[in-house]
Design a binder for this molecule. Sequence first.
Ligand code: NAD
Length: 340
Amino acid sequence: MQGSSIPETVLVTGGAGFIGSRLVSELMGAGRRVVVVDDYSSGRRDRLQSAAPMLAVADIGAPGVLAGLLADERPGCIVHLAARVGVRRVLADPEGCRDENLRGVGRLVRALAEMPAGYRPRLLAASTSEVYREKRAPLDEGDPLRPLDGRGRWAYAASKRRAEQELDHARAWTSGSGPLHLRFFNVVGPGQDADQGMVLPTFVEQALAGEPVTVHGDGDQVRTFAHVDDVARDLASLVVRETMPGGALNLGGTAVCTMEELARCVVRIAGSRSEIVRVDPRQAVSTRFEEVRHREPSLARARALDLARTPRSLEAIVSDTVARHAALQPPRESCASPAS
Ligand code: NAD
C-alpha cells in the first residue's frame, strides 16, 4: 500500500526489543499484518505474543536482509527501531555501536533505492533525546543539536543524528512528508532489561532484592519518564493515521524527576528497606561516562498531532514496573549501578 493511504503491512526492525515488541502488539491489535526483523542482540522472542507476527531473525546490517524483506513483503510502513542501545553497551565500544547503527540505516536506504519506482512506504525511525545539546528547560524539536562527529559518550547521539540526515536524503523513496524521526525521551516500564544499566529497572531490581539503590553523583540530574505502553500506543496511532507527518518529533512523558526522587519513589513503592547510596559513574559504569544534567521534552508538536494526551504519572509508571517486574524480566546475576 502506498502514498498517504493507511498501510496494511508494517515492517518493524528491532521488533523483539523493549519498545518494538509493545508496538507490534498494538499494531496487531489494530489489525495490521506485522513483519518483524530482529537479531536478538538485545531483543527476545518471548517478548512477542503467541499470535506471532512474521519473524525474520537476522542482522539488518547484513547484505540482502532488508532488500529481501522489502521486495517480498512490500510493507506500506517501515518502523526502524533496531539499534545497539544502552549506556553500558555504547560506552564499551562507542564507535563500534555507531558504525553498526549506521550500517543498518545504510542498508535501509539502499533497499529503498532498489525498489521499483512508485513504491513509497511510510518511514518512522527511532532517534533519541540525546541528539539535543543540554538545556535546563523543555527541549523543542528546533533546539540546537550535538555535533555529527561526536565520539565516546556522544557516539550514539552522533549515530542517531547522522541516521536522521541519511534517512532525509532518502525522502524521495518514502511517502508523504518524508521520514518521521522519533526522538524518544527515557521510555521505561515493565519488560525493560536492567543489564545495560537502564536506570528504572536497575533501581527496581536493587530495591526488590534489598540491595543498596545506587544513584550517580549528586542525584540532582533531571529526567522525564514515559510508560512504554503510552509510547507504543502513540506510535501505532502514527502508523495508521490518514496522513503521516515528517521531520523530528519528541516522544516522551511528563513524569519529570531527579534521580534521587526516582530512587525514593522506587524504594517506597517496592516496600523496600534498601538504602539509597551515591556512586561515581566514572567508576561504576565507565571512565568515558559524561553526565547530562537535565532532559525534558517539549510535547507541543506531539500534542498538536493528538499524541501524549494522557501520559502516566511517575507513581503509576513505577508501580506498574514494580508490580510486573518479576514476570517480565529475565533472571539477572547481580545489580550494577544505573545509567540514565
Ligand atoms: P532494545 O535494545 O530493547 O531494542 C532494540 C532491538 O533492536 C532489539 O530487539 C535488538 O535485538 C534489535 N537489534 C539491534 N541491532 C540489530 C540489528 N543489527 N539487526 C536486527 N535487529 C537488531 O531497545 P529499545 O529501548 O526498545 O529501543 C528501540 C529504539 O529506540 C532504538 O533505536 C533506541 O536507540 C531508541 N531509543 C530508545 C529509548 C528508550 O528510552 N528506551 C530512548 C531513546 C532512543
